[in-house]
Design a protein around this ligand. Sequence first.
Ligand SMILES: *Cc1c(COP(=O)(O)O)cnc(C)c1O
Length: 445
Amino acid sequence: MIAVHGRKAVTDSIRAELEAARRGIVSGIAPPETAELVARIERRLVEEARSRLVPVFNLTGTVLHSNLGRALLPEVAVEAIRSAATQACTLEYDVDAGARGDRDLLVEPLLTRLTGAEAATIVNNNAAAVLLVLNTLAARREVLVSRGELVEIGGAFRIPDVMRSAQARLVEVGTTNKTHKADFENAIGPKTALVLKVHTSNYAIVGFTSSVSRVDLAAMARNRGLPVVEDLGSGTLVDLTGFGLPKEPTPQDALRAGVDLVTFSGDKLLGGPQAGIIVGRRDLVERIKRNPLKRALRVDKLTLAALESVLRLYLDPDRLPERLPTLRTLTRTEPELRAQAERLFPALCKAMSGVADVTIEACRSQIGSGALPTEHVLSCALVIRPRGGRDGKRLARIERGLRFLAVPVIGRMAGRALFLDLRCLDPMHEATLSARLAEFQLPDV
Ligand SMILES: *Cc1c(COP(=O)(O)O)cnc(C)c1O
């Protein structure tokens, strides 16, 4: 055990198991035999040596699943990370001048070229981007937001709370379902710093509704000398309708409409590493870069390496679906997924024999991560329905059994069935999934 795990870890494990045995004795449980004690010590060591961050099969159908790591990076980005991680690099060094450089300059020219913005800067994630923009431009002043856009994103990002953390005062404008231009005009006062538009990433207000268009909002704000900032959430740099996907607004759309600053995520539809991207007016971006908070929220070289290589792929949008995993996954067709389902069907039927029935069914997958909440893409799933309808707990046991495989299989429960949506299963990993399914066992509880 020492040869495998080291003396320190083995000693700790022995002490922990002896302690547990002593506690057992105190409460009347007989101490384990020596062989059993040794086995427990080794089990503890193996358990503690196991990484907590392990790969899973994302068969939820949600392509950008925040709990399962969002966007998968293309190979070029992985190579860029490897190179930046293992060799000294020009993170903040200008080779031509032989002097200190600016890490933002690694990606700023690409971002301005792709979005048409004057300037750009990068922080840790989009939540940080919104925080930094508000703190820089609106600390101790007022920010106008439509009541229809007071968003809560998963993981406790809520516009009123972010506003408070940024030391800005939120001024709610209009109503939940209707906000008019006049509502904004009437709310402007001497303390107003900016107008914030927030993409309603994870919900839709439908029915008797109206909101102020970007163009109108931007024109109104410009007349009153106020900047307009838009939190776009999931920013994509291409028109997704060109790939047969639903329309999602781009930073280019927002800037063209007259928005002064746009913030968006790096690891949502963009398909890159976790990052928050801020693009827009040069004077505002310069102020943001001078905020001491920027230093605290800046990204590391690994993120910049990955982001740069992903942004480069956008220079050739025609080839994006084959090169960018997020787009490739989103554009997989239902027949393609059905063929994959048919290939996996025998392995799953065998794993479920005597336990559940398996069918192949068309379904709809979500894009996820607050992109296009009401839109779905047509997909295909292997659907598991337990046999013997009386046992209501059986489906939960099957779900657990799949989660406990050597590579956990995470599906989606819907109604009385477990859907294994194949949209996110890379054909490269199909054989591994089959092999893992062969190890399926129905857990007791
Ligand atoms: C996702 C999202 C955020 C948070 O972005 P992260 O990159 O996850 O920090 C903020 N605002 C909106 C509208 C979003 O959709």
